[in-house]
Design a binder for this molecule. Sequence first.
Ligand SMILES: NC(=O)c1ccc[n+]([C@@H]2O[C@H](COP(=O)([O-])OP(=O)(O)OC[C@H]3O[C@@H](n4cnc5c(N)ncnc54)[C@H](O)[C@@H]3O)[C@@H](O)[C@H]2O)c1
Length: 414
Amino acid sequence: MCVLDLRCIGISRLASRKPASPPVFLQCLHEHKTKKVTLLHPISEFEKAHSKAESMSNSILVTGGAGFIGSNFVLQWIENVATPLVNLDLLTYAGNPANLATLEDDSRYRLVRGDICDAEFVAAVLRDNRPRAIVHFAAESHVDRSIADPSDFIRTNVLGTFTLLEQAKLYWSGMDEAARRAFRFLHVSTDEVYGSLGWDEAAFSESTAYAPNSPYAASKAASDHLVRAYFHTYGFPVLTTNCSNNYGPFQFPEKLVPLIILNALERKPLPVYGDGSNVRDWLFVEDHCLAIRTVLERGRVGETYNIGGNSERKNLEVVTSICNLVDEFCPDDGSGPRKDLIKFVADRPGHDRRYAIDAAKISQELGWRPSVEFESGLRKTVAWYLEHRSWVQSVRSGAYMDWIRQNYEERVQP
Ligand SMILES: NC(=O)c1ccc[n+]([C@@H]2O[C@H](COP(=O)([O-])OP(=O)(O)OC[C@H]3O[C@@H](n4cnc5c(N)ncnc54)[C@H](O)[C@@H]3O)[C@@H](O)[C@H]2O)c1
């Protein structure tokens, strides 16, 4: 655990200073990097200043909008809603602004690069953009990475959420009565906080006791508890959603679905943990985004809503379905069916057996239901990865990080 991580939350105070050479906060962030914090691109003074240049009042603020679900949410929002959207994202390895390149000239969208752990920076973004709601996606999200090194997960998911909540509460406290009543803070969380289900156990409901088993799940559980406490203690108008596994366009290729699609395409081994019998519930990402918008618009303040796809599948079934789709789209070249490439590997430590979501509450109270069947969603997803080879190539090669450097860091060079 990197103790410096915690101290570096105070780096925000340096944001208003003139750039030194190199600025102290950059040294601090570089030190993060050497201590295995996944911060790949130091933040420049330019970005902080630039982000404060104009106002997007009456917007919504999204955190982590350059990640997998966040990108899909931002695109769906701009396509369907008139309200402008400010995207606060640190652009870690998982954040790719190229996902949102189509919005570059859209006056209703702005990307602000920064860290939710940076209290002064978050306060400035709130002050300058005057959002009427916050949708909080930003997180470290990959369970395997959390097992290898939990420190980033504690920093972003726990301390970052705390910092964001605290600054948002201060901002909200200064609003007039009508604006305070209308304000919402929607926290996006996961079904993994509920732990593991037996084969015959009832699906997770909103009253299932928390029992997180991985450092990722524990960090998300801690953030959920903080969000809940801000409602009960301060009356801060929060909403929480706990969703099952998402799949769809723009997912970082280390996650199961894109990993298997790309390995199958290239005829590489297809790693499956244990015997492949672990069960997850799967939801097409666009359905998740629509559910979040529904909760934001009509959810009852202080409530939690479980979101799921009614699509429980064993991991081995998911992998086999992907193999069959890739075989169909890219017919056999004589090398045999892709499912022959499946390779069972040592199980993930503490691997949860089964997750299943009871989404009756959101369905009955708010009328949301998943609209995409797993089989058709998976077909769309495989087709998307096959049609977006240049996106895959740029993510795998890290070329999008060059883009970030050009667009953010090099612009401050004399
Ligand atoms: N992927 C899933 O299946 C799933 C399911 C349920 C819930 N969730 C939750 O949804 C949210 C989004 O998940 P995802 O899969 O899109 O994650 P992701 O890893 O693809 O994206 C996370 C985003 O957060 C940004 N970020 C990370 N640290 C930050 C920081 N300190 N400050 C600002 N931005 C930061 C990253 O740059 C990235 O753009 C997470 O909170 C996750 O727990 C994910």
